[in-house]
Design a protein around this ligand. Structure first.
Ligand code: ADP
Ligand code: ADP
Length: 239
């Protein structure tokens, strides 16, 4: 059984034209897959269906054998602890410190954030610091996130995703707002996570060259349909 199964997935917003059509693929444990395609192809919507940030209109998504589509609140919460999310605009809470943002990942989102630091055990804090250290930003632990550079904020985002020991990480254009140097650092980390921790990584990218350089496998989306699915080295002109 594959870790992620997407079967005949279709998605429309508000009954309008479908932005995903009959999407089928499976991803195994520890795979590093890049989803590429032009703006508007449906990459972001695809990730949003997988963690049920949006409702699935047709077909099904299974993670670890569990159907995501019909899940109620409680199962959704436990589903999301298995899924780390990384966003183009980092989605950190700007007025909180780096360490608080990382610990926040353990609560899931939409939690009351007042006094968050005190609510964690020493062990949890230790783990958060270890992650910050691995990502090279432990020195910034007590800074507010909005005082960090984009590349540093994205590293906080990676720590926040990792602290819940996810099985899979979904990255929505993680380097689209970063300069080439920071982009390389972030992509290297994502690759390392997959290789060393065996976490499955699904990364939306619009830069084909980056996808080819990092991903083992590429899924090409165009107007909501898969137009390529195979080893990165077999991809040439698809966009
Ligand atoms: P990509 O990530 O590849 O740029 P998206 O998944 O963001 O593509 O968008 C695919 C299509 O769905 C686009 O036409 C976009 O305008 C539309 N879309 C995305 N989000 C919404 C939404 N919340 N409501 C209505 N349409 C949306
Ligand atoms: P919106 O603000 O568009 O209504 P939501 O209410 O669904 O979006 O989500 C609130 C915020 O939390 C958004 O910025 C969203 O991207 C973010 N978010 C959603 N799911 C997760 C997750 N699993 N981990 C971290 N942040 C998340």
């Amino acid at each position: 059984m594959a870790l992620l199964e997407v079967n005949n997935l279709g998605k429309h917003y508000n009954g309008e034209t479908k932005v995903l059509k009959n999407v089928n693929f499976e991803v195994g444990s520890g795979e590093f897959v890049s989803i590429i395609g032009p703006s508007g192809a449906g990459k972001s919507t695809l990730l949003r269906c997988i963690n049920r940030m949006v409702e699935i209109s047709e077909g099904s998504v299974f993670i670890d054998g569990q159907s995501v589509g019909g899940m109620k609140k409680k199962s959704l919460r436990s589903l999301r602890t298995n899924i780390g999310m990384i966003f183009q605009h980092y989605n950190l809470v700007p007025r909180l410190t780096v360490i608080e943002n990382v610990l926040h990942g353990r609560f899931g989102y939409k939690t009351n954030l007042q006094g968050i630091f005190g609510r964690f055990t020493e062990k949890e804090k230790e783990k958060a610091f270890e992650l910050l250290d691995k990502l090279g930003i432990a020195d910034h632990a007590y800074k507010r996130c909005d005082q960090l550079s984009g590349g540093q904020q994205q590293r906080v985002g990676i720590c926040r995703a990792l602290i819940q020991d996810p099985k899979i990480i979904l990255c929505d254009e993680p380097i689209a707002s970063l300069d080439p140097n920071s982009s390389k650092i972030i992509m290297d980390y994502l690759k390392k996570i997959t290789n060393e921790l065996g976490i499955t990584c699904l990364v939306n990218l619009h830069q084909v060259e980056v996808a080819k350089a990092y991903a083992d496998r590429i899924i090409g989306l165009k107007s909501g349909e898969i137009v390529f699915d195979g080893p990165s080295k077999l991809l040439y002109q698809e966009k």
